[in-house]
Write a protein that binds this ligand. Sequence first.
Ligand SMILES: [Zn+2]
Length: 277
Amino acid sequence: MRPLEFAVAFGVTILFAAHSVPAKRVQTVDDAQIVDGASLVASGERVEVFQHGVDVDPDFLRVCEQAYGRIEALTGRKLDTSTLGPKVRIYVSSAVVISHVWKGYDHPQDPRGIMFLNPRVYEAALRGTNATYAHEMSHLFTWRFHSHTLREGLAGYLALQLHPGASVGPNVDGYDASMRIPAEIVDYLGTKRPPPDWLVSDAARRRAYYYASYRFVKFLIDREGMRAFLTLYEAEDPQAEFTKRYKNSREELVRMADLSRSSESQSASEGDPHRAD
Ligand SMILES: [Zn+2]
């Protein structure tokens, strides 16, 4: 996902710094047009796959049905079919630049069980090397959110549970590398702050934001389990729940999560808490 592509996908007008990557393609067809113009490829018990301007292998349905079952099992949550519709509808479209759920970040204002994938993400999903499709599907299972970082972190966590080491969203190199997390991003974690404006215009900070969100959520789930995490996630004000559910403040937990290091480098550097990478 490149910043301009993202901005165009969500109808945002922004200016770019000189170092920004120029867009190769823009999404000129809106999501409703994709839904109207797509054709059904395959329909399963819980998922429907559609194609739009691209040929989709009907076997993708099996991949998606499997992911559905695993996300259900990992979260212990059923899809909210009374709100989202009976099946998850997946549109693979040549018009989609950045994969997203219906309405993107504003999905809760018009919740539908619809997600859009670009052909690159779909093809890599068939090979098991890109888990963005599972990230987007996770958003549908946990569509009521109050903290954007917890939302993105949870979707990253679930996607990587399904496909360890895969690319997800803006982190095309996966999540195993270490990354320095700027303090301004740390300040967002686990809060109700709306996503920052630079999230759509600054690719490096965008990667760090998703990475830190994932690391923080993984830390919380590793510590108290999925059930406790989802109670926090679903709370009206998650920030107010940290002390009650995790016995530490948000600030303390963020520090304890040691966001900047991958699990790989953590185990490699055990006994050396000052290692900086
Ligand atoms: Zn997401």
